[in-house]
Design a protein around this ligand. Structure first.
Ligand code: 4LM
Length: 401
């Protein structure tokens, strides 16, 4: 197959997720991309090595910044997100911190949505503050309140949509418009929606990050992070953030696992979302459910925005609270048998976790309550099992209360 076919960005999402960036003819016909398990590269001559180091010749010199298995994955991910270029990292936190350490300097300000994955919130409010960078949390679901927070000192505006763990949805186009008025870079964490449902760059974002540990890997067997954006931006993040600030490189073996996961990303996400909608509708009807948040339910406060921004889908996650709050929630989790008590999400297995004591334990109780993360909130990541079995397990655990 010719190289051009392997670089055809006009092809459909699933086709690119399987083929883009790889030509078997360049690898002895191997159908699956080889894992280049090497830390360093033999240079043809001292002069050639120096030229590659200077950036005057293409080529590989050392595995912390570049590897051929990584390069296939990065090109594929960039295409799926509609970006010019991509970079992989050792974890979602490695990706986010590589970006922030590239873009920010002492004295700069970051405006962040107040609902973020717990450790991301900690990076901004406890980590980067040590370097003289100020984080200003705001409620991004009400963009009109952002005018007070965004100023000439704002270099980055960061949010997740849907947000972890309560699935609030943020208007990417509107927030990007406000941020760009002061020249701030808009960085969106697209972990929950995946590029199957939402491509933030199409709505005006500058950089998209992911925890590739979740849907992109999809099988609960790897940690990974992703950064995509303009070629120039990704070059900067690779050349400083990744190369000499974090060193958070993704191993070639995990690149192979993620390339394998990507082949089924579209069918998996469609199935996760179809099952999640069924489960959300059932839970919403149940008398023991005090509140439920699922972007695909008509009762979701930002239903119209979610439909518009997420290709008419609600995604694969549901958050809810039982009557009786925390105590009932804990008992319910312990009654489950098929559904696994575990943090993380986007795996084949349906997972349930308690944000206040698990993913968001690093956030103070005051902050959590202010951000709509109540003590009793539970987060369910709908897996790929038969949906009737997921429903049966939820039903028996609710009946046992
Ligand atoms: C969890 N999340 O929620 P690594 N961005 C988002 C995330 O949900 C996460 C990360 C970044 C969970 C982990 C235990 C929206 C993580 C961080 O875990 O560093 O790949 O990604 O259950």
């Amino acid at each position: 197959m010719s190289r051009d076919v392997r670089r055809n960005r006009a092809q459909g999402f699933a086709t690119r997720a399987i083929h883009l960036g790889y030509d078997p003819a360049e690898h002895d016909g191997a159908l699956t991309p080889p894992i280049y398990m090497t830390s360093t590269y033999a240079l043809e001559s001292a002069e050639q090595g120096a030229a590659i180091f200077r950036g005057e010749e293409p080529g590989y010199v050392y595995g912390r910044t570049k590897n051929p298995t990584q390069a296939i994955l990065e090109e594929r991910l960039a295409s799926l997100e509609g970006a010019e270029a991509g970079m992989t990292a050792a974890s979602g936190m490695g990706a986010i911190s590589s970006v922030m350490l590239t873009l920010l300097s002492p004295g700069d300000e970051v405006v962040i949505d107040h609902t973020l994955y717990g450790n991301t919130f900690a990076l901004f409010t406890q980590g980067l503050t040590k370097l003289g960078i100020t984080a200003r949390p705001a409620d991004f679901t009400r963009p009109e309140t952002l005018a007070d927070k965004i100023s000439e000192r704002t270099k980055v505006v960061f949010f997740e949509t849907p947000a972890n763990p309560n699935l609030r949805v943020i208007d990417i186009a509107e927030v990007s418009r406000l941020a760009h008025r002061v020249g701030a870079k808009v960085v969106v964490d697209n972990t929950f929606a995946t590029p199957v449902l939402q491509r933030p760059i199409e709505f005006g974002a500058d950089i998209v990050v992911h925890s590739g540990t979740k849907y992109l890997g999809g099988h609960g067997d790897l940690l990974a992070g992703i950064v995509v954006g303009s070629a120039d931006m990704v070059k900067q993040v690779r050349g400083s953030g990744l190369r000499w600030m974090t060193g958070a490189t993704l191993s070639p073996f995990n690149c192979f696992l993620m390339l394998r996961g990507l082949k089924t990303l579209e069918v998996r996400v469609e199935r996760h979302a179809a099952s999640a909608l069924k489960v959300a509708r059932e839970l919403e009807r149940h008398p023991r459910i005090a509140s439920i948040s699922y972007p695909g339910l008509e009762s979701f406060p930002q239903f119209d925005l979610a439909q518009r921004q997420m290709a008419g889908s609600g995604g694969g996650l549901i958050s809810f609270e039982l009557d009786g709050g925390l105590e009932t929630g804990m008992a319910f989790m312990n009654h489950l048998s098929l559904i696994t008590r575990a943090v993380s999400l986007g795996d084949a297995e349906t997972l349930i976790q308690h944000p206040a004591s698990m993913t968001h334990a690093v956030v103070s109780r005051d902050d959590r309550l202010r951000h709509g993360i109540s003590d009793g909130l539970l987060r369910l990541s709908i897996g790929l099992e038969n949906v009737d079995d997921i429903l049966d397990d939820l039903d028996q655990a609710l009946s046992a209360l």
